[in-house]
Design a protein around this ligand. Structure first.
Ligand code: FES
Length: 133
């Protein structure tokens, strides 16, 4: 697949846990070398601020905005599958966007992400929406 940053492409079909499938609208947001294992980046696409994490070669994308006071989660400390908000320390699961502790107020959102041909693609429509408790 060849594409330029920001270009929308269709490609791999996605399936959720209930077996439902849909065709994401993939948007190229970065090159794979931008996010080596153990690293993360923030991107803005389709009006969404999204943080992408590389956990041992697997990419995960969650909402970048903390559900407490809106800090950028991509600027936090990242270890294992957890990122800590840089402002007040709430931990988030980077595989789901789930807040694992206070003072965060809920899930930051989760997005589909894939790597193909050396590029990283995100579907800017969340598979799990941001939700405040
Ligand atoms: S802004 Fe993230 S915990 Fe406060």
């Amino acid at each position: 697949m060849h594409s330029r940053a920001g270009e929308r492409v269709s490609g791999a079909e996605c399936h959720n846990e209930e077996g439902e499938s849909w065709m994401p609208e993939w948007v190229r947001v970065a090159v794979a070398d931008d996010v080596p294992p153990g690293e993360k980046i923030a991107v803005s696409v389709g009006g969404q601020d999204i943080a992408i994490f590389n956990v041992d070669g697997d990419l995960y994308a969650i909402g970048d905005t903390c559900t407490h006071a809106e800090a950028s989660l991509a600027e936090g400390d990242f270890y294992g599958t957890t990122v800590e908000c840089p402002l007040h320390g709430s931990p988030f699961d980077v595989t789901s966007g789930r807040a694992l502790g206070l003072p965060a107020m809920g899930n930051s959102g989760k997005y589909e992400v894939m790597c193909e041909g050396g590029a990283i693609f995100v579907d800017p429509v969340p598979v799990i929406p941001r939700a405040l408790r």
